[in-house]
Design a binder for this molecule. Structure first.
Ligand SMILES: *[C@@H]1O[C@H](CO)[C@@H](O)[C@H](O)[C@H]1NC(C)=O
Ligand SMILES: *[C@@H]1O[C@H](CO)[C@@H](O)[C@H](O)[C@H]1NC(C)=O
Ligand SMILES: *[C@@H]1O[C@H](CO)[C@@H](O)[C@H](O)[C@H]1NC(C)=O
Ligand SMILES: *[C@@H]1O[C@H](CO)[C@@H](O)[C@H](O)[C@H]1NC(C)=O
Ligand SMILES: *[C@@H]1O[C@H](CO)[C@@H](O)[C@H](O)[C@H]1NC(C)=O
Ligand SMILES: *[C@@H]1O[C@H](CO)[C@@H](O)[C@H](O)[C@H]1NC(C)=O
Ligand SMILES: *[C@@H]1O[C@H](CO)[C@@H](O)[C@H](O)[C@H]1NC(C)=O
Ligand SMILES: *[C@@H]1O[C@H](CO)[C@@H](O)[C@H](O)[C@H]1NC(C)=O
Ligand SMILES: *[C@@H]1O[C@H](CO)[C@@H](O)[C@H](O)[C@H]1NC(C)=O
Ligand SMILES: *[C@@H]1O[C@H](CO)[C@@H](O)[C@H](O)[C@H]1NC(C)=O
Ligand SMILES: [Cu+2]
Length: 565
């Protein structure tokens, strides 16, 4: 079954060799989902893992490859796995979101998932897409250029994944069920992690702190993934700049910067030049959190960049500069500086928009059920919505309902414009606007439609940034701004020349973001906020893209082993 195409000898000089010295490009992976014991923050607990690893195994491929992953659920709970940022042309069947494109893989069952890579190149990631299991069930996907093709930047000497996560001392499953039961916000995590380690600012994790060894004068490629559940993060390396060369699995124009910002769902490829005096330097990440009175894990996670050589390392290295927690300007200066690399593929920003969609994205409240007490604002329950509809997951997945014409699973007619116009970003908003409708509605798109989608953040309950992610597509981020989107003035300022191609866009607090894409991928595709609590509260909807006319423009048939409901 193991088909070895090439063997790449990666010269990773780290203490904890993450990719491994003999990492190979293979086209068949086995993912065994199971519990494993892990000790962090001085206590041991059982976590859900893939193959016993946290973070999980790396999938490596070349651009355009097709890979199969045999997922065996040897855990105690339902699970699904998603390949984040992989478009999966015509094949939503193995995309992964629970009750959207498949029923969960039950304990004891297996599912062979096909991953069809197409234009993606760089770093992406995979993660569980059911309840909150993605907290520990996630890993990097590395897509190398096609054989004999080069990176659009000097070849790095070595590369290393930098995967951010969040660690709870408690069982994450308990955190998940507790906040959904009480209606309040979820408990904060107790630590952020880099490659599974909180770092040496936490007294019991000093010795396991992630360390990355470098030679002075050489260049390294950091493959950065934010797998945290609820936190956008600032990251930087003490005394070093990094040069961003890719984001969300597409190359970007080189951007040299002393810090980066990365939301859950996003990935960044960045070059690090080891051009400083041999010593130990901190790499650090902590939250960017703009919500007023929204509690968050404000700890700092660290890893160490260690130069090789004979020297006495500094005993307490300084922490790098990181913007302040609520520095929205710093966050959007970074996002606004990213530029696509238009010459890599014949890809162009669509100019002739056929379908305009505008959606509000809001945090909401629902009344507390009779006889209960709820922990949300003023005794309510938290919810979240898109165009005032808080999504309710069906009990049969939408893709099968669509394909087999099963009625009453979902309905069409999701509003493509805010149902009620008000000053979305006003400081004070009437409380009655806060309560959303609930439903399972989808947006139907014709094959080939050219979509412009404007996400409009609102200040209902409280404004905050939302990292919006779409499955099955990459999109150009053509503009963003603060306040209410102005459809006359704002499009004049769009970047239609070299906007970045992304799968996750951060919509600024009390602001908007505009994206464009061509709906040339038939199937059922989820769109959602990648802050896990907002997703759990209903900030999601589904696109159904109809088949086109050509034989290569229709949904592929389902695999024989689709999990059953
Ligand atoms: C959440 O935090 C509260 C308050 O600190 C605590 O009582 C509760 O046990 C925590 N729940 C979980 C699941 O950790
Ligand atoms: C980082 O970049 C800034 C501006 O791009 C520059 O001023 C600074 O000297 C650079 N620092 C290092 C350590 O290269
Ligand atoms: C983090 O938040 C806690 C509780 O609000 C506060 O006491 C502490 O000073 C904060 N830590 C930092 C580093 O800001
Ligand atoms: C950021 O927080 C500080 C105090 O924590 C506050 O003084 C400041 O106004 C906040 N800035 C923004 C942009 O909200
Ligand atoms: C734009 O699209 C519309 C609808 O598909 C079409 O009628 C029109 O000719 C197109 N215009 C251009 C300039 O391509
Ligand atoms: C909307 O609310 C914002 C924030 O309070 C305010 O600055 C702006 O003037 C309001 N816009 C309109 C059109 O009332
Ligand atoms: C959402 O819908 C509910 C129910 O119709 C309504 O009461 C509420 O005002 C609406 N809110 C917004 C922001 O449209
Ligand atoms: C809670 O109730 C107070 C008083 O009615 C109101 O001013 C406030 O806006 C409410 N907050 C939320 C989030 O509903
Ligand atoms: C389908 O095939 C036609 C004709 O070969 C081609 O023009 C089109 O780009 C193809 N579409 C996709 C989605 O590959
Ligand atoms: C697991 O998935 C099956 C199939 O959809 C479903 O019937 C069952 O309720 C799920 N179990 C849990 C605990 O959600
Ligand atoms: Cu959100």
């Amino acid at each position: 079954m193991l088909f070895l195409k090439t063997v790449i000898f990666l010269q990773i000089l780290c203490g904890f060799c993450f990719i491994g010295l003999h990492s190979k490009i293979q086209h068949d992976y086995n993912f065994v989902v199971k519990e494993a014991q892990y000790t962090r923050l001085c206590s041991t607990k059982s976590i859900l893992t893939v193959n016993g690893k946290f973070p999980g195994p790396v999938i490596s491929a070349h651009q355009g490859d097709t890979v199969y992953v045999n997922v065996y659920n040897k855990g105690q709970h339902n699970i699904t796995i998603h390949w984040h940022g992989v478009k999966q042309p015509r094949n939503p069947w193995t995309d992964g979101p629970e009750y959207i494109t498949q029923c969960p893989i039950r304990p004891g069952e297996k599912f062979r998932q096909k991953i069809i890579f197409s234009t993606e190149e760089g770093t992406l990631w995979w993660h569980a897409h059911s309840d909150w299991s993605r907290a520990t069930a996630h890993g990097a996907i590395i897509i190398y250029p096609k054989e004999n093709r080069a990176y659009p930047f000097p070849k790095p000497h070595a590369e290393v994944p930098i995967i951010f996560g969040e660690w709870w001392k408690q069982d994450v499953r308990k955190v998940f069920t507790e906040f959904l039961t009480t209606g309040g916000g979820p408990n904060n995590s107790d630590a952020l992690t880099i490659n599974g380690q909180p770092g040496d600012l936490f007294s019991c994790s000093k010795s396991e702190t992630f360390k990355f060894n470098v030679d002075q004068g050489k260049t390294y490629l950091l493959r950065i993934v934010n797998a945290a559940m609820n936190l956008i993060l600032f990251f930087s390396v003490s005394k070093h700049n990094v040069t961003v060369v890719g984001a969300d699995g597409f190359y970007t124009k080189p951007l040299t910067t002393d810090y980066i910002v990365i939301s859950p769902g996003q990935t960044i490829d960045a070059l690090l030049y080891a051009n400083q005096e041999p010593n130990h330097y901190y790499m650090a990440a902590r939250a960017y959190s703009s919500g007023t009175a929204v509690p968050f894990d404000n700890t700092t996670t660290t890893a160490i960049l260690q130069y090789n050589g004979n020297y006495t390392p500094i005993s307490s290295p300084p922490l790098p500069y990181l913007p302040y927690y609520n520095d929205t300007q710093a966050a959007f200066n970074f996002f606004g500086s990213l530029r696509g690399l238009p010459n890599k593929y014949p890809k162009t920003v669509p100019l002739n928009v056929t379908t305009h969609i505008e959606t509000t994205i809001s945090v909401n409240t629902l009344p507390c059920p009779e006889g209960h007490s709820c922990a949300g604002p003023n005794g309510t329950r938290f919810a979240a919505s898109i165009n005032n509809i808080s999504f309710v997951a069906p009990s049969i997945d939408i893709l099968e309902a669509y394909h087999y014409h099963i009625k009453r699973v979902y309905s069409k007619g999701f509003p493509t414009f805010p149902p009620f116009l008000f000053n979305f970003t006003a400081e004070y908003l009437p409380l009655e606007l806060q309560i959303p409708k609930q439903g399972t509605k989808v947006i139907v798109l014709n094959y080939g439609s050219v979509v412009e989608l404007v996400f409009q953040g609102t200040n209902l309950v409280g404004g905050i940034d939302h990292p919006m992610h779409i499955h099955g597509f990459n999109f150009y981020v053509v503009g963003f701004g603060y306040g209410n989107f102005d459809k006359e003035k704002d499009p004049m300022k769009y970047n239609l020349i070299d906007p970045p191609l992304k799968n996750t866009v951060v919509v600024p607090k009390n602001g908007w973001a505009a994206i464009r894409f061509r709906a040339t991928n038939p199937g059922v595709w989820l769109m959602h906020c990648h802050l896990e609590r907002h997703l759990s509260w209903g900030m999601e909807t589904v696109f159904i893209v109809k088949n086109g006319k050509g034989s290569n423009e229709t949904l592929l048939p389902p695999p024989p082993d689709m999990p059953r409901c």
